[in-house]
Design a protein around this ligand. Structure first.
Ligand code: ZN
Length: 186
């Protein structure tokens, strides 16, 4: 499909970086995490709430997409696009329950620190932490959560101003051009 994986639109929020792994070309959505290599490039570019594993497999891609799809639908629903589905909530909860954490005291600093129970695989732990980030956005609540409904985008973002419609000026320009063209078609 020829989309170069620059990930330049990721903006440092782990939950949104996780969700913004599909991209519109025009109005068509494209999956970007199509292989372990693509997942690995996202792991290098995204804000991660836990360390990335050195390598990832096809199974990791599958697990990533399973949780990402549910998270994306839940976040879009919270941004007013679609309805929250119980099955997606269940998927998120399963990821959270797969790596329970306990707050203990750090041996050297004496400060509270969350530690996973047992020894989960690094990628399982990372997905659980990402699920936690998505939960925190959903539970916020974050009224500034919005979907940029422009051609070539479709990304989730946090509004910096009330009534901000687009994630950035380029999307506003593309949306205006698209509207102008569709007006001329009729
Ligand atoms: Zn946008």
């Amino acid at each position: 499909m020829g989309i170069e994986l620059t990930w330049e639109w990721l903006d440092g929020s782990p939950a949104l970086d996780f969700a913004n792994t599909v991209l519109r070309r025009g109005w068509t959505e494209h999956e970007l995490v199509t292989s372990p290599d693509a997942l690995s490039s996202w792991l290098d570019a995204a804000a991660l709430p836990a360390p990335r594993p050195a390598t990832v497999t096809d199974d990791d891609v599958e697990a990533f997409l399973h949780l990402r799809d549910a998270s994306l639908r839940l976040l879009r629903a919270a941004a007013g696009h679609g309805k929250r589905q119980a099955g997606d909530v269940r998927t998120l909860n399963e990821a959270l329950l797969s790596c329970p954490e306990v707050v203990v005291l750090d041996e050297s600093t004496g400060s509270p620190v969350a530690r996973p129970v047992g020894s989960p695989a690094p990628f399982t732990l990372l997905l659980a932490k990402l699920a936690g980030e998505v939960r925190d956005v959903l539970a916020g609540p974050r009224p500034d959560l919005a979907l940029c409904d422009a051609p070539g985008c479709g990304g989730l973002f946090f509004r910096r101003r009330t009534n901000q419609a687009w994630c950035g000026p380029p999307c506003g320009n593309r949306a205006r051009v698209a509207r102008h063209h569709s007006a001329n078609d009729h």
